[in-house]
Design a protein around this ligand. Structure first.
Ligand code: MN
Length: 268
């Protein structure tokens, strides 16, 4: 198997800052959606991704969850030290590929999805007020989409020195497509439409661009970020599950586009 990756972030049509950021530094991929004040959101999401990238020791699940806890501590300490970013926080949905195993560590309302055999599966739980109400059965998805407090989080990095991290593993196989995205994407595109776009047989970069464009066509009320990870079968692959050395895979992103970064377009 080989891995093909594409990632993009966009300020959207309404906001004047892009507080989202992503990381595409195989085997580690992540999205973060920052919040808080003037500069806070941007600093929070960047701090979280920089920290995860720096401290991650291996692609195992324990190392990934620990890196997310260290990222929480870094955001928390930074906002405690600096009045300009006091109270900032961020979501973080991070995955690490280890062979054909996907490790996921997640806090907040950004999302991870798996498209397999044409079916779209949400891998993560939203740590948000509306997410909890939906799990309790007191709110439908349609109601959640228009709820006035739909962006209120129940868990985020930077709020306290300790954090509970959802950490789990998903066995992958050739043909799987992973989407990591912020709520500016999942909130603007309904699941059925999201599935149809992801099912399109186009490559990861085209799908990524289509998702961003569609979120903006639907209003673009928030920053929008997507990372697509495709596991592509190669000639000579054993059809049985095989251990794959992902680390030797050719990076699909050009070198200057690897690593954490954020693109802000100069829309006013
Ligand atoms: Mn957002």
């Amino acid at each position: 198997m080989k891995v093909e990756v594409a990632a993009a972030t966009d300020i959207g049509l309404v906001r004047d800052h892009n507080e989202d950021a992503y990381l595409a530094q195989g085997p580690l991929y992540a999205v973060a959606d920052g919040m808080g004040g003037h500069l806070g959101g941007e600093v929070a999401s960047a701090t979280a991704l920089e920290t995860v990238a720096r401290v991650l020791t291996d692609a195992g699940i324990d190392a990934l969850a620990d890196a997310v806890r260290q990222a929480n501590r870094a955001v928390y300490d930074r906002q405690a030290d600096d009045l300009e970013v006091a109270g900032m926080g961020t979501t973080l949905t991070a995955v690490a590929l280890e062979g054909s195993q996907l490790h996921v560590a997640h806090v907040g309302d950004s999302r991870g999805y798996l498209l397999r055999d044409g079916k779209l599966q949400l891998l993560t739980q939203d740590h948000s007020l509306v997410g909890e109400m939906m799990r309790e059965g007191s709110l439908t998805e349609a109601q959640a989409r228009v709820h006035p407090r739909r962006s209120a989080l129940t868990r985020a990095l930077g709020i306290s020195g300790d954090i509970e991290v959802d950490a789990f593993e998903v066995p992958l196989r050739a043909g799987d497509r992973i989407l990591l995205c912020t709520d500016g994407l999942s909130g603007m595109i309904e699941d059925r439409r999201l599935r149809d776009i992801l099912k399109g047989r186009t490559g990861a970069p085209e799908v990524c661009a289509t998702l961003i464009a569609e979120a903006n066509t639907n209003g673009g009320v928030d920053n929008v970020t997507a990372v697509i990870i495709d596991l592509v079968a190669e000639e000579g692959d054993n059809p049985a599950p095989v251990e794959t050395d992902i680390s030797s895979a050719e990076p699909a992103l050009p070198p200057e586009k690897r690593g954490w970064f954020r693109r802000c377009f100069g829309k006013q």
